[in-house]
Design a binder for this molecule. Structure first.
Ligand SMILES: Cc1cc2nc3c(=O)[nH]c(=O)nc-3n(C[C@H](O)[C@H](O)[C@H](O)COP(=O)(O)O)c2cc1C
Length: 382
């Protein structure tokens, strides 16, 4: 496993198509998903040669959370589908590497189970599924478990149209009758290693962080519930009353929304298009980063995610003013390929890439990276 693309191929071999495509796919034509990755190719480095950097310092602090690495593990829902006790496994790997894991509301493992598995920092990603009271209960549990920041995702007023999921029969396999499932079951039966793990882990994923009046939410009507419970700027007010720690708004694309988030008291934002899984046709996130940093970089911490597949991508984003980055699919492929060992390998690959890139750039610390280390297309600069 030399790079993240190797982990991706390995995940494709172990996972049923419906699960692999859920991780790998994007919305509609997957334009934005491809743009996210491709935009990093448009950034050129400007190294300082004849400089010897024996040690590179990768440590940073993000919203008061000290980290050994300049990247966090993004909220990726349903990790328990990819590997037994998936979210707990990811949290443990993040802690071992000295970085933070952002647990999504839509997890197969409970907040408390993830806390027990992790020795390092955890953040909680909030969806308002089930309504305000249900969300408040989730926030209280994350607080009690010692999660250190709350990430409010604002780009999901409705689930994006993931055409691969429709073709693979994701809905039928999860909710259909036996008859409806039949055309799609072969993709599951041909992955016995995955199937054994899934069955021994309970064989049916629930959503233990969403406790509705009738009990824990099942893995059924998420799309509908998301559409009924989209977060708005108004919600930040009551969320602030429930959460005394840092609040991060995830899913900002433009300078205008970045200012709105800062004006409403967010401590940080993630420039994100949900990895190209929501509105197809928006620009690559790293292409929007200079605009957003120019608008609010002096007021709040700016993070970015989307398309990061190499450590050099991390270095480029930091050079453009991101405090840190989030990686999603890069570790999800690792989890799908080989559980905790796969997540650890993804982190190791990115870490080694970052160290090598810093040395080649002649830069001793991720905190010293700035615009002088890169050049970007003229139209990216506000
Ligand atoms: C399978 C999958 C599930 C995701 N689930 C969530 C989620 O529940 N909440 C959220 O805020 N973002 C979610 N995301 C988006 C990620 O947090 C992140 O923004 C995105 O993966 C970054 O792009 P990358 O995968 O190219 O690194 C998900 C992404 C993937 C790939």
């Amino acid at each position: 496993m030399v790079n993240i693309a190797d982990l991706r191929r390995s995940a494709e071999r172990r996972l049923p198509r419906v699960v692999f495509d859920y991780i790998d796919g994007g919305a509609d034509q997957e334009l934005t998903m491809r743009r996210n990755v491709g935009a990093y190719d448009e950034i050129d480095f400007r190294p300082r040669c004849a400089a010897v950097v024996p040690e590179c310092d990768l440590r940073t602090t993000v919203l008061g959370t000290p980290l050994e690495l300049p990247f966090l593990l993004a909220p990726v829902s349903s990790c328990r589908m990819f590997y037994p006790r998936g979210e707990a496994v990811v949290a443990a790997a993040a802690s071992a590497a000295g970085t933070a894991y952002i647990q999504p509301t839509l997890s197969g493992c409970a907040i408390e189970e993830v806390r027990a598995a992790a020795s390092g920092p955890l953040w909680y990603q909030l969806y308002l599924v089930g309504g305000r009271d249900v969300a408040k209960a989730g926030i209280a549990r994350a607080r009690a478990a010692g999660f250190s920041a709350l990430v409010v995702t604002i780009d999901t007023p409705v689930a994006g149209s993931r055409e691969r999921d429709l073709r693979d029969g994701a809905h039928q396999l999860l909710n259909g009758t036996l008859w409806e499932k039949l055309p799609f079951v072969s993709q599951v039966l041909t992955r016995p290693r995955w199937l054994m793990g899934y069955l021994t882990d309970g064989g049916r994923m629930g959503l233990p962080n969403v406790v509705l009046p009738g009990g824990t939410m099942g893995y059924t009507d998420i799309g509908r519930l998301l559409a009924e419970s989209a977060a708005t700027w108004e919600d930040l007010k009551w969320i602030r009353e429930e959460w005394p720690g840092p609040i991060v708004v995830k899913g900002v694309h433009t300078a205008e929304d970045a200012r709105r988030a800062a004006d409403r008291g967010a401590d940080g934002i993630v420039v994100s298009n949900h990895g190209g899984r929501q509105l197809d046709g928006v620009a690559a996130t790293v292409r929007m980063l200079p605009e957003v940093v120019a608008a609010v970089g002096d007021r709040i911490e700016v993070l970015v995610d989307g398309g990061i597949r190499r450590g050099s991508d991390v270095v480029k984003a930091l050079s453009l003013g991101a405090r840190a980055v989030l990686v999603g699919r890069a570790y999800a492929y690792g989890l799908g390929a080989a559980g905790g060992a796969g997540v650890a390998r993804a982190i190791d690959i990115l870490r080694a890439d970052i160290v090598r890139t810093l040395k080649l750039l002649g830069c001793a610390s991720v905190r010293e990276l700035d615009r002088s280390y890169v050049s970007v297309p003229r139209e990216w600069v506000p």
